[in-house]
Design a protein around this ligand. Structure first.
Ligand SMILES: CC(C)(COP(=O)(O)OP(=O)(O)OC[C@H]1O[C@@H](n2cnc3c(N)ncnc32)[C@H](O)[C@@H]1OP(=O)(O)O)[C@@H](O)C(=O)NCCC(=O)NCCS
Length: 238
């Protein structure tokens, strides 16, 4: 049966839990599942006020706030629990583990589906915030204290603020591995091209709107090459 399965799962995963009875009687992570099952049942049948009332009773008793609209899969393990918030359009797959202080919330910018979706076997570390309609793939692990703002692939470990993927299939993700060592950009050529363009622009500006005539260009280059003569190259007077 669903709830008994949930309790057994918690006892299996928490080394501190001695018996299933202890989980059923003393674990807020289990109690909130009972409240949520009822609240969600009422919500699905349009009894929104009553659903919310049940959910708030659960929050009062456990410190865990799950909106009645949130969809939760089988065998969710909420460890400790205090300070957890799941928004209305949150979806959680099967066999997930979520520690205290986790928010599966909205950014405040989205409407409609505005809360995260978790695949199966996802672990979310204590204090982590997952914001917006992002998707977290199956078997992903998110380190404690992270802030997740974008989708995470399956089988990854992501940590930090904002969270970055540091492991995939338990293998370190190294950005240097993805670098194309053969086709590196030629920075010197890029710089020379930029300088060339700049010189052309300056020349154009110095010349004014009317381009110089052929004679003016010849005279100018003669002046540069033979500064002592006036306009003609030496030997051309006669
Ligand atoms: C992320 C976590 C699940 C470990 O996953 P993992 O796949 O085994 O990853 P690793 O332990 O190999 O760590 C991978 C890298 O992330 C770093 N890291 C792990 N957890 C981190 C965290 N919370 N914040 C920042 N960096 C973290 C590690 O130092 C390691 O860095 P490195 O590659 O430079 O060595 C675990 O560290 C974690 O945070 N679990 C949550 C536990 C929790 O909330 N407990 C509360 C109990 S009350």
């Amino acid at each position: 049966m669903g709830l008994l399965d949930d309790a057994r799962n918690i006892q299996r995963k928490d080394p501190a839990a001695r018996t299933v009875l202890e989980v059923i009687l003393l674990y807020p992570g289990f109690h909130i599942l009972v409240y949520h099952r009822l609240a969600h049942w009422l919500y699905q049948r349009g009894h929104f006020f009553l659903a919310r009332w049940v959910s708030q009773r659960g929050r009062h008793k456990t410190g865990i706030e799950i909106h009645p609209g949130a969809t939760i899969g089988r065998r969710l393990f909420i460890d400790h629990g205090m300070g957890i918030v799941f928004g209305e359009t949150t979806e959680i797959g099967d066999n997930c583990t979520i520690y205290h202080g986790v928010t599966l919330g909205g950014t405040g910018k989205d409407t409609g589906k505005r809360h995260p979706t978790l695949g199966d076997n996802v672990l979310i570390g204590a204090g982590t915030k997952v914001l917006g309609p992002v998707y977290i793939g199956d078997n992903a692990r998110v380190g404690a204290g992270s802030v997740v703002l974008k989708n995470l692939p399956a089988n990854c470990t992501a940590v930090g603020v904002p969270a970055e993927v540091v492991r995939i299939n338990n293998k370190a993700v190294n950005p240097a591995d993805d670098l194309d060592q053969q086709d590196l950009p030629d920075l010197v050529a890029q710089r020379i091209t930029a300088l060339d363009q700049r010189v052309s622009q300056l020349e154009k500006a110095a010349q004014g709107d009317t381009p110089p005539t052929r004679e003016q260009v010849t005279a100018r280059s003669n002046r540069l090459m033979w500064p002592d003569s006036r306009t003609e190259p030496p030997g051309s007077e006669s």
